[in-house]
Design a protein around this ligand. Sequence first.
Ligand code: ARG
Ligand code: GLU
Length: 731
Amino acid sequence: MKKLISSIFIFITCTLYLPLCFAGEGMWLPIFLKSLNEAEMQEMGMKMSAEDIYSVNKGSLKDAIVHFGGFCTGEVISDQGLLLTNHHCGYSAIQSHTTLENNYIKDGFWAASHKHELANPGLYAKFIVRIEDVSKQALKGVNNKMDEAARQSQIDQNLNELKKQARLNQFEEIDFKPFFKGNQYFSIVTVTYPDVRLVGAPPEMIGKFGSDTDNWVWPRHTGDFAIFRIYANANNEPAEYSEDNVPYKPKHHLPISMDGVAPDDFTLVFGFPGRTNEYLPSYAISQIVDVLNPAKIAIRDAALKIVDTEMRADPQVKIQYASKFARIANYWKKWIGESQGIQATDGIGRKQKLEAEFLAKLKKNPKQNAQYGKLLPEFKSLYAEIEDYALMSDYYSEIVGRNIEIMRGASYLRNLVNRYESNGERAYDDYKQRLISRYFDGFYKNYRSEIDQKVFAKLMNLYHQNAKFDIAAPLKPELFMINAQPDEAGFMALAKVRFENTILADKEVLYKTLSMPPAKAIEKIKNDGLFQLASKLTEAYNENVAKEYSKINDKISKNQRLYMKALMEVFPEKRFYPDANSTLRVTYGKVDGYQPRDAVTYTPVTYVDGIIEKHVEGDYEFHVPQRLRNLHALKDYGPYADETGKVPVCFIGTNHTTGGNSGSPAVDAHGNLIGLNFDRAWEGTMSDYNYDASICRNIMVDVRYILFIVDKFAGAKHLIDEMTLVNPKAD
Ligand code: ARG
Ligand code: GLU
């Protein structure tokens, strides 16, 4: 009876209020699962309770989940702290241990025993101890008449107070985060383990199989996983790396299901999604699709074309630029898919429909109308007002902040100068040491000035052509500092002079400068032509664009906060989930294919046979290792094949995920590990703004493929022996 009522309830809410409610949409706070989601999840087949997923009092799934280095998710899969995450999340750790003799990127790496596991300074695993709603305390004394700055300072004061009062055990830290656009605040208590060692990684031709061509694409055949281990001191407490540390004993580790998935199976993904924006008004979405995405795509397109040509011409460049290229290409491709998806699913129309409903409701309620009636018209004019600034801001951050490589070095030098001038020599020295070891050492390994100059000429020309001089008239001469023709040839000529005579041009010259007495070094930096150009670009941007941009943005944020509040009040029957903000969330859905376009239907599971189909001898993206081809030819699959004798590789589901969910576990109805999240299908990447169950799919590696590679391909059976394998379907 209870089930019947809840399914009727779900049926009614989801049919009447489709835009904000669908089984699949939502990144839910683990502490509210009981009240908001449990009934629906069980309806969809889940056999656990909310308490099994998140509990403060007993071991629960959450005790196996970590924020991996702050940028990905990982999960504990043995009682000895074995940790699973993506190959692309562990990539820089793997790369940092790679040399020409020991090429772990190319050949993979498997530690034969604990003492061969490799330390990674700076990498950490952060567990969540508890999450609490502190909205009341955080917003004490805040009222509608305050301006934004006063509001924020009141909140900061409240949070400081809360922090002082917090009762924390040794090693626990507390953090506070705004949710629902600042209408609510939550405290998050964590414990961080700083000794995380590399245990195993497949060769790149498995872990990154399909590389950029297949990135964001279904059907997919990537074994995007890597294995680490958390270490602790003898008392199982967090400790910096030490030879005396021992494998961490977790409160919970995920059992691993050997039974696999079938279409419509319940799936739950638990992790740390980074950023979404689901409650934007239609005006914002139009701006993204019509103005901002096309500009960012064009900039990256131009830069990628240059780098691609150079990589094809020179194998050395190929090695140096592969990872940078992948990083730039990743979001370039995502934005293209995002814009197309919004168009294909009428994302703007759906927002407009919701806004029309919202206005209709306001009309019937004079009090709410008085409070919220102006929000949408205000959004309209604010987004019109911000458009040029937003565009210039994207130009600046893409061009100066990201794609012209040398600009970042210049901005670090600017920080260095600032340190020296405001904090003196000690601060200067500290910062200098850090800069060298954490940035410049790595930077010069993979830097080619001639390529960067070409990118500079191309992008500065784009910047110049598209600059909005009416909002930033004083920008012109300052910004471009060019006496010659402002075209590509002119910018190339400028590059020649500035790039070739700068102390940043090569490592020796820079390090020599930095080894001088501080006052001397600072003088040299300040007289550097490229440093001056970079500084002018930044100053001009800060002065002419950033200030106004952030002023309008503040108004938009305020409106957005009120709009969020309004939506929750005007549609009290709807369930709302907060935008992703790198905090722990649960999303759930089911294994499901989709129809990307007319007459094309995707099924939800790929197999090793598909890897073999994609094999291209010698290709840098699609060459399949001989050993894997042999295992396939002999069907030497061990216990990892499904009932039809094939080994599944990846599968997709309707779970609502985003960047940061990489490495998140996908678990079955009982909480057993079935897959490892690593990507989304291209057509549905607009789920960051506008989830649509018809095409939004997350992509996971099937855990049986992971086990197959670890055991049969790599011969690391001892790792399998650590894990807890279960057969939930058979049992
Ligand atoms: N698209 C995935 C994510 O956003 C994977 C990126 C890494 N893989 C790659 N081929 N670049 O992060
Ligand atoms: N690859 C992404 C990550 O690194 C996950 C893909 C997505 O954006 O959903 O987090």
